[in-house]
Write a protein that binds this ligand. Sequence first.
Ligand code: FAD
Length: 441
Amino acid sequence: MTPEPAGIVVVGASLAGLRGAEALRRGGYDGPLTLVGAEPHRPYDRPPLSKHVLAGELAADATRLPELTDLHARWRLGSPAVSLDRAARTLRLADGSVLAYEALLIATGAEARPWPAETGGGLAGLFTLRGRDDAAALREALVSRPRQVLIVGGGLIGCEAASCLRDLGLPVTLVDPNPAPLARGLGSFVGGVIASCLRDAGAAFRPNTMVHAFEGDAAGHVARARLADGSTIETNLVIAALGATRATGWLRGAGLKADAGGVTCDAACRVLDADGAPCPDIYAAGDVARWPIPLYGDRLIAVEHWGNAVEQAAHAARNMLAGPGDQRPYAHLPAFWSSQFGINIKVIGLPEGADSVAVVQGSRSSRRFLAVYGRAGRSIAAVSFDQARWLPAYAEAITAGAAFPPIIDATDQPRVQTAAPGFPSPRQAAPARPSTETVDV
Ligand SMILES: Cc1cc2nc3c(=O)[nH]c(=O)nc-3n(C[C@H](O)[C@H](O)[C@H](O)COP(=O)(O)OP(=O)(O)OC[C@H]3O[C@@H](n4cnc5c(N)ncnc54)[C@H](O)[C@@H]3O)c2cc1C
């Protein structure tokens, strides 16, 4: 097929893709612009899916992202990119068309890790939650009032779903291989607060528990979970909240550094080829991109947070339009929020890897507090539960590599006591996770 000239091509028409395309136009690019999206929908927002959409407060199709600039773009929706030929500067879509690109922004994000088919993954009543259609299907199943819901995985999405489902009055059990929910991202010291919220909300929390397989009834609908210890839990609706893998399968054979942990970029968001050299015409942003973060020792990290998708896409677009001599490094302090059990949680920095944590304001028992994480005597991250007012001050301290425990000037908290953050060992935390680092509490 003759390649269609497509100008700058953005692959992945979601948050990072849309904001990147807008930044290209704002930055003065007036050539052809093409957005390729696997889903049939215009870009929509994912955070409400596990909150307001599950709760029935917002329809799944009412999550469309505002389009802030007139893009004058060609939208190629509903047909994913399936391969990339860097020598020919073309990419092929699933519908067989071939696009010739001037430059490429990879923003293909991540996909929910599915439950394996050989241990019950194909049964009806088993859901994952990543996209708008997942949320609509799950919401529809909830409306028919399942007898017993089982949530596998106590990360952000598992906990937010548990919170919504308890608000709906549905019986919920949450199982997690770790001692506390959110333990992988925030540690058990802080995650223990969410464990108490789960219990107070009337959910059954089963820590240190692994599901081995799901079994179905004669109609092929999920009926029970068989646990690693041989016991069973009866259930007729399962939410598998197992984290995500980066959507990089379409890049196989393209000669780039890419795998299920992400597409590797340099500090300027340029994608690295298999030899580690930056490609001058291929950039990446959002959940799919991993890049060296100086604040964390230049470790290659993929950050699965809304704020990163927006900022990194704009930064990548800026560098795409700049000359090779003006490639600026992307400086970003990771940050995310969550709302669950009536609590507004905000996190700045990357708590994982901390060796110590200190509550600097409020208390865990009141569920209103601000805690700072430290590593080797430096403050590296902070979390607030309904206490975000002082977070910006800690953001500055973390960026500056301030001492830990932080020196604070709060009369209500004269002494700061440190504790072990309680991060699980990798084996405890992660059945079948990809080998590269990702941040997806
Ligand atoms: C349920 C849920 C709740 C969340 N809540 C929060 C929150 O409270 N706070 C927070 O900070 N973050 C939250 N996040 C994370 C946040 O939504 C993501 O960080 C953000 O969506 C990343 O945007 P992205 O564009 O990089 O990737 P994505 O949103 O994953 O979009 C990637 C797009 O690329 C498409 N695509 C994939 N492969 C191809 C291909 N080969 N060709 C073409 N298109 C392709 C996908 O279909 C998708 O539309 C949440 C995520 C989910 C799923």
